[in-house]
Design a protein around this ligand. Structure first.
Ligand code: HH2
Length: 377
């Protein structure tokens, strides 16, 4: 792809002299080009990218520069980091299996079923198993591809729930919805609940602690053969919103998830079974969340599908007019579309029908089709 006349361009000032500097590659301005005429595929999907930002983090801080792929390659060769760059590009572009029904389009919609008395978003609406089952069936009707069933609130300030109590809440709901043909993920940080949920019919594991919350979770998940969602969280739900701090939020989240992917691989849980999630709202300020979402495309560099859960979260109110959870649909859709524009493969949402509608319209109207935009060379 590199042309003899290409130079490092705007990357010229970016020096990798800092010893041990880590290199990150962030695809910029993804666009829709099903014919695949320009650029490289983002995560093997229909979006492509032709520009990247190279980010270097060393002892002295973080340096960034952006340009075309050809300029990045020329810079990489001049700086002696061609191999590292090629490795990151290979991971960014490779196709990857996405959990959920094979025939479901991307992004897949994961509908939230909270069998809890105290969830921040739908506090107690579906704590009764019968109502939770009804709600799950309604979400399927609305077009949910996956139902995410949880029996413990992880909202800021929430008190932990015992695994026994949690299992008693979710198991009848999982059994009924699995019988109805739903693809079910279990949202738990407890290994016993995870195991029992699989026996009851769940086929996907979703752990907000990225399998660190229970010493048995990693081995249980590895042995299960099921796909696993690894989510980033700083601290614990009870205290995580008390002054969260990062050196660089998107890079810190990326490094955490990279380390968890490596730990899973070492435990016999291969990357092909992993989905990663930056954990919007979990130990993050509104500014951290917004910045992490603007860096969604960076996460494809880990070679796993990306799941994003922004639905009704507090940062939406913080960026807007302090609306209560059920009045955050507009902001939830805006944030979800921002992530999908960067190739997010799964959206975890409360409002399935409205998200489906937003995606259908946005797909037809978004200004990133090659016939509508000037594609960078
Ligand atoms: N968010 C919540 C719960 N589980 N799992 C993943 N992978 N990603 C998320 O963003 C995520 C999650 C919180 O939302 P909700 O379930 O509505 O609230 P609560 O934890 O209060 O039940």
């Amino acid at each position: 792809m590199t042309d003899a006349t290409d130079g490092p361009g705007s990357f010229r000032g970016l020096s990798v002299s800092a010893e041990g500097a880590a290199l990150y590659l962030r695809p910029l301005d993804p666009f829709h080009d099903p014919a695949g005429r320009v650029g490289l595929p983002l995560a093997g999907g229909p979006l492509r990218f032709a520009r990247v930002e190279a980010i270097l983090r060393g002892r002295d801080g973080v340096a960034r520069a952006s340009g075309t792929l050809a300029e990045a390659e020329a810079w990489g060769a001049a700086e002696g980091v061609a191999a590292g760059l090629a490795d990151r590009l290979a991971r960014l572009t490779a196709p990857r299996p996405v959990p959920g029904p094979a025939d479901a389009a991307l992004p897949r919609l994961m509908g939230v079923v909270n069998v809890t008395p105290d969830s921040f978003s739908d506090g107690g609406d579906f704590a009764d198993p019968g109502r939770a089952i009804e709600h799950g069936l309604a979400l399927l009707e609305e077009g949910a591809d996956i139902l995410d069933i949880g029996g413990e609130s992880t909202r800021p300030g929430a008190e932990p729930v015992s695994p026994d109590e949690e299992a008693a809440r979710v198991l009848p709901v999982i059994e009924a919805l699995a019988r109805a043909g739903a693809t079910i993920s279990i949202d738990t940080r407890h290994a016993v609940t995870l195991r029992a949920a699989l026996d009851a019919g769940a086929t996907i594991l979703n752990d907000v602690t990225a399998l660190t919350g229970d010493p048995d979770s990693l081995a249980t998940a590895a042995a299960s053969g099921a796909p696993v969602v690894l989510m980033h969280m700083q601290g614990q739900p009870r205290t995580m919103q008390a002054d969260p701090r990062y050196d660089d939020a998107p890079l810190d989240v990326y490094d955490f998830l990279a380390a968890r992917v490596a730990a899973c691989e070492a435990a016999g849980l291969p990357r092909e079974r992993l989905t990663i999630d930056p954990g919007i709202g979990f130990g993050k300020t509104a500014a951290h969340n917004a910045r992490i979402l603007r860096h969604t495309a960076l996460l494809h560099g880990l070679g796993c599908p990306v799941l994003i859960g922004v639905s009704r979260k507090r940062f939406i109110a913080a960026l807007s007019r302090d609306e209560p959870p059920k009045q955050r649909l507009g902001g939830s859709l805006a944030a979800a579309l921002a992530a999908v524009a960067q190739g997010a493969q799964i959206l975890r949402v409360h409002d399935v029908a409205q998200t489906r509608q937003a995606l259908a319209v946005w797909r037809q109207c978004a200004p990133y089709r090659p016939e509508n935009v000037a594609i960078p060379p």
